[in-house]
Design a protein around this ligand. Structure first.
Ligand SMILES: C[S@@+](CC[C@H](N)C(=O)[O-])C[C@H]1O[C@@H](n2cnc3c(N)ncnc32)[C@H](O)[C@@H]1O
Ligand SMILES: [Zn+2]
Length: 160
């Protein structure tokens, strides 16, 4: 069975940010649980090695739970995997009873793209490659230019 492309509050369509995105199917009140982030659960040490030569290598569909377990939306995932990142998001994610939900951070008008801040985690010294691997095209005036939680260090700003 394929992935459903619409639910009570959302539908999937092409996005100006990237590929397909998730959009509000009706006006959504602040605090609404819009969709659960579903996928196959993996233990913390099961993160697959990234083949950096793969064009889709940095296509993030893996969500970490507080326990360290991971949800891989590429396997048995739902449309929550289409929610794009924004540095000025109208949604966020919450964990409740070991499940992840995308929720409305404010009142969201029908037709608006539903976006949350991925806050992607990378440790160690900042790598110049991350500027392309994690480049952000959210279009917000507050854009950090990177989907990582950390900011681009001053000395790399000239490359963005
Ligand atoms: C979970 S998917 C989101 C759905 C994706 N648009 C699609 O069509 O499958 C995450 C990937 O979408 C892309 N993406 C999401 N938000 C982005 C943004 N603000 N800027 C650039 N790429 C973004 C990145 O490739 C990221 O790894
Ligand atoms: Zn951005």
């Amino acid at each position: 069975m394929g992935i459903a492309i619409k639910g009570e509050f959302w539908f999937v369509k092409k996005s100006k940010v990237h590929g397909r995105g998730l959009f509000a199917r009706k006006d959504i009140p602040k605090g609404t649980k819009i969709i659960e982030y579903k996928g196959t659960r993996m233990p913390p040490d099961a993160l697959p090695d990234i083949d950096e030569n793969e064009p889709e290598a940095f296509h993030t569909v893996i969500f970490s739970l507080d326990s360290g377990w991971l949800i891989d939306a590429s396997r048995r995932g739902n449309a929550a995997q289409f929610a794009n990142h924004s540095c000025n998001p109208n949604c966020s994610t919450i964990e409740e009873d070991d499940r992840i939900y995308i929720i409305a951070e404010r009142k969201i008008p029908k037709g608006t793209e539903l976006v949350y801040d991925y806050h992607l985690h990378q440790t160690g010294p900042f790598q110049k490659d991350w500027l392309t691997d994690y480049a952000c095209h959210c279009g917000s005036s507050k854009c950090r230019k990177i989907m990582l939680k950390r900011k681009i260090p001053q000395k790399f700003l000239k490359f963005v």
